[in-house]
Write a protein that binds this ligand. Structure first.
Ligand code: SF4
Length: 505
């Protein structure tokens, strides 16, 4: 058997677009789970996806070798020593690429995204790191690909973005969007085996799991991914756009697709999602604003943060703390337990993450990220938290999202201003405030909303660092005119960043 070429499939390369036929090698690396605390749901999805892929290959008679080990290196080195050549589609982290280079593997261009790294390099030519703008990239891709275009420079509907139409608050008085329950996988014997292994490894202290175990909620196989995509298109696509930014306490999923897991496992090709939603629009079955919104999330934002991961470099996280944020994450965050949190919005979103390892993007950005920004949580620890507490957290997806966009820790490479907002935004876009003991309009006293007061206290703290940002000039002008500025700042210094409570008495 020596002298053959074997394609190593990593745990996020499980779909047909990573396999060109020929012998393949799939490694279940238990060492990855042991490295850092990880959500139950995420660990389950990773193992379930790998084991399902191996079982399907066995059933179909595919030449796939499945190995369980504690490290990739030991298995790969053994194969190399036996005379095999190992090739792989380029890995999705600096660590994987370093390993491939060290072992001298044959590396093919990356897959699983809409644009290639060569495409991005061609687009980037001549632009400085600070001059990279997602919107420019997205427009370039739209024009080049012809997706939702009437001509080379004529977007369908006359505009490239329908963001302005896609910011509707939830329907008044509604507790849910009233959509059917989203598609859910049926667990099988493989899932039962995964659960038993995780319980055993956890009780032996070999791994540390976050949050709570629960039924598997996300697609891990090709067939499941196609069902999840069909279901999204049939039940949610039309409402996705308008309610993209809305939050409801009793509706965890809203009209979101939840396709990030199968996309990031590589069992769903993003091009396939784009083709399908475009066909829905062309057939008159889906509104343009929703279709453009999901395409921008996938071909715009997802591809964008992928490319930024490589452009920003391996030291992006350690070198990024422009706002001097050094507070450790409170216990409630690592425990994913919102039960003792007084802020209704924050407590509910933490509980949702604890239960499912998932919350939608506005809950991540405007509740969790906003709180972390206001309270000065350490951006590197926060990045670790988002990467490991979320089922779709990967080394490449979180840095630009968390360190750059949400925490402004890179000083403006990814986002031109800090994404801080007071309780008024949460009040407008959700139904949380009615059931909260705080009042989003109050800044001082027992009823003071910790997001509203925290917003001003945050600005007070970072003012010297963001004074030169012209996009913040008006906001900082407002801060200077705040009559109770000192009282707000003094109050928020005393607030517990975990419970959101002020000291009693
Ligand atoms: Fe959140 Fe403030 Fe509204 Fe309470 S009042 S739910 S803390 S925004």
């Amino acid at each position: 058997m020596s002298g053959r070429t074997v394609r190593w499939l990593t745990a996020d390369q499980l779909g047909p677009h990573f396999d060109d036929g020929g012998p393949t090698l799939l490694i279940e690396n238990a060492g990855l789970l042991a490295r850092r605390p990880m959500h139950w749901a995420k660990a389950h999805l990773i193992l379930s996806a790998i084991r399902h892929r191996a079982a399907e290959a066995r059933a179909d008679g595919e030449p796939l070798e499945f190995v369980r080990a504690d490290s990739y290196r030991e298995v790969l080195q053994e194969r190399l020593d036996a005379g095999d050549r190992i090739e792989m589609v380029a890995g999705s982290s600096h660590g994987l690429r370093a390993l491939a280079s060290e072992l001298d593997l044959d590396v093919l261009p990356s897959r699983g995204f809409v644009t290639s790294e060569a495409d991005f390099d061609a687009w980037r030519a001549g632009r400085s790191l600070k001059g990279l703008k997602m919107d420019d990239f997205y427009r370039w891709w739209r024009s080049r690909s012809g997706v939702l275009m009437d001509g080379p420079s004529s977007p369908v509907g006359g505009q490239f973005s329908f963001d302005a139409d896609n910011r509707q608050p939830p329907p008044k008085g509604a507790s849910t969007l009233g959509l059917p329950d989203p598609w859910r996988p049926q667990e099988d014997d493989i899932d039962a085996g995964v659960r038993a292994d995780l319980q055993r490894w956890s009780s032996e202290g070999r791994i540390r799991l976050l949050g709570r175990d629960g039924p598997r909620r996300f697609a891990v196989t090709r067939t499941e991914a196609q069902k999840a995509l069909d279901d999204f298109i049939a039940t949610r696509l039309g409402d996705f756009g308008p309610f993209e930014d809305a939050m409801l306490a009793d509706d965890a999923v809203m009209a979101h697709s939840q396709l990030s897991v199968p996309l990031n496992l590589g069992v769903l090709d993003p091009n396939e999602v784009i083709d399908r939603v475009c066909r829905e629009f062309e057939a008159g079955r889906a509104p343009l604003a929703s279709v453009e919104g999901i395409i921008r999330q996938i071909a715009g934002w997802r591809d964008w943060v992928w490319h930024l991961y490589w452009q920003l470099g391996e030291d992006y996280i350690p070198r990024s703390n422009a706002l001097g944020a050094r507070s450790p994450l409170p216990a409630q965050w690592w425990q994913l337990d919102g039960s003792g949190v007084a802020a209704a919005c924050l407590g509910d979103v933490l509980d949702k993450v604890g239960e499912r390892g998932w919350a939608h993007h506005i809950e991540r950005l405007m509740v969790l990220g906003n709180w972390a920004l206001q309270r000065g949580f350490d951006p590197a620890e926060l990045n670790d938290w988002f990467t490991n507490a979320f089922v779709d957290g990967t080394p490449w997806v979180m840095p630009a999202n968390v360190v750059g966009m949400s925490q402004h820790a890179d000083g403006g490479l990814v986002a031109t201003k800090p994404y801080a907002a007071g309780g008024a935004y949460i009040s407008k876009m959700s139904n949380y405030c009615g059931g909260c003991r705080f009042n989003p309009k109050v800044r001082v006293g027992a009823e003071a909303c910790p997001f509203t007061a925290g917003y001003w206290a945050f600005l007070d703290r970072v003012e010297p660092r963001i004074r030169g940002n012209h996009r913040m000039a008006q906001t900082l002008g407002g801060l200077r005119q705040l009559a109770d500025r000192d009282a707000v700042v003094a109050q928020e210094r005393l607030r517990d960043p975990g419970t959101a409570n002020l000291p009693s008495g």
